[in-house]
Design a protein around this ligand. Structure first.
Ligand SMILES: Nc1ncnc2c1ncn2[C@@H]1O[C@H](COP(=O)(O)OP(=O)(O)O)[C@@H](O)[C@H]1O
Ligand SMILES: [Mg+2]
Length: 372
């Protein structure tokens, strides 16, 4: 039972904290058929947010995860599976009607094959049409329009497409379908701001200026405070002390993944946590994670490590200023280049007060533990 309070995977229902503004923005985008790019570093809550918006508004939709695709045919495969699932969600109950719809679609789309299994359909691109993702998406749109449905396709970890050899062709194919869509709203989610930016803001790329960009930040401390107290009351019948809430928020820096990681452990106990428990549990966790932290760290160059460590110890608004440069023992021009690289790698970010910070609170804690 305890596990569900702070899930490792998608946060749902009452275990989903806030994001009111973002939920309403995405809902309005979908309602007005405006496609969207949703960007945030890994584990900020993109997948959870999309799932929440779809379920609370009863939108018909799916999330197609592109994280593991390695080539064009795998992209085709996951999209064909997603399209099949969506069509099945929209199918009327009557097998006769289904058969009729499918026959019409089959006539319209000779490159796509349909297998009827009872009143479910399975959809595949015929082998010779291997390169054509837009066929599938356009067919889905025709189907949705004919059956008077609206639906949502969220491409999750979409930046992976940019990494493939055939990226230009896939992007062009997606653009072709998105531009023609009447009943499907598309959401492109991704965790690499740099790659996604290149895909959607570079004039020479097919997806240039196709949709609005939405950046997902961390959840506000005040929202977390209310949320944590609500779940504490459920678990122990009382709120947490202000000090305890502040300690959880300070240690995790409101990073959704780490809030869940820490609190999942705290909520296993019979009694509400005290400050000492929080630090002990967090330090044990960091200890367990140290081998991947060290291995990530050792992949960086010496100057990158120096800058990351300096920012872990002393976050700054003025990384190019003399004070920070002297402290880090790196020249301002080197800081400038290195900072860009670390930002592209999502190792640092600018917080809401414009301070440059180490993005991952576990890495930051580890560095501080070893350097201070
Ligand atoms: N709004 C939220 N409320 C509570 N927990 C959340 C929220 N958003 C994300 N999480 C938690 O944060 C972690 C990462 O979420 P996920 O949706 O997988 O992020 P992403 O898709 O950006 O990588 C998960 O443990 C999830 O349960
Ligand atoms: Mg995700």
């Amino acid at each position: 039972m305890n596990q569900q309070y702070f899930p490792q995977g998608i946060a749902e229902e009452e275990f989903f904290c806030n994001r009111e503004k973002e939920r309403s923005l995405i809902k309005n985008s979908i309602a007005s058929h405006e496609h969207l790019v949703l960007v945030a570093p890994r584990r900020y809550g993109k997948t959870s947010l999309i799932a929440k918006v779809l379920s609370e508004n009863s939108f018909i939709g799916i999330s197609i995860d592109l994280f593991f695709v390695l080539n064009q045919s795998e992209v085709n495969k996951v999209i064909a599976e997603g399209v099949s699932q969506l069509i099945n969600k929209m199918l009327p109950k009557s097998t006769v009607v289904v058969r009729k719809i499918v026959n019409t679609l089959a006539e319209l789309n000779p490159k796509i094959s349909f297998n009827l299994l009872g009143n479910r359909v399975e959809i595949n691109l015929k082998p010779y049409a291997d390169k054509n993702i837009s066929e599938l998406l356009i067919m889905l749109d025709q189907f949705a329009t004919k059956s008077k449905n609206r639906c949502v396709i969220a491409f999750d970890e979409f930046q992976q497409i940019g990494e493939l050899k055939e990226n230009h062709m896939i992007e062009a194919s997606v653009r072709h379908a998105v531009e023609r869509s009447k009943s499907i709203t598309y959401i492109f989610c991704g965790s690499n701001r740099h790659l996604l930016n290149e895909m959607f803001s570079d004039k020479n790329r097919p997806l240039y200026h196709l949709c609005d960009l939405m950046v997902l930040n961390r959840i506000h401390a005040e929202s977390y405070s209310i949320f944590l107290n609500h779940l504490a009351t459920q678990k122990w019948g009382c709120s947490l002390t202000e000090e305890v809430v502040n300690e959880i928020i300070n240690i995790t820096e409101c990073h959704p993944y780490y809030v869940n990681t820490l609190c999942r452990r705290l909520w296993r106990n019979e009694h509400p946590p005290k400050i000492e428990n929080i630090v002990t549990i967090w330090e044990n966790y960091i200890e367990q994670q140290s081998s991947w932290i060290i291995s990530d760290f050792s992949r960086l160059t010496l100057v990158q490590r120096k800058l990351l460590s300096s920012l872990a110890i002393s976050p700054t608004k003025e990384p190019y200023g003399q004070i920070f440069s002297t402290f880090a023992k790196i020249s301002a021009s080197t800081i400038q280049n290195t900072l860009q690289v670390l930002q592209k790698l999502d190792l640092i970010y600018q917080d809401h007060n414009d301070f440059y910070q180490v993005l991952d609170p576990a890495i930051k804690y580890f560095i501080r533990q070893h350097l201070l």
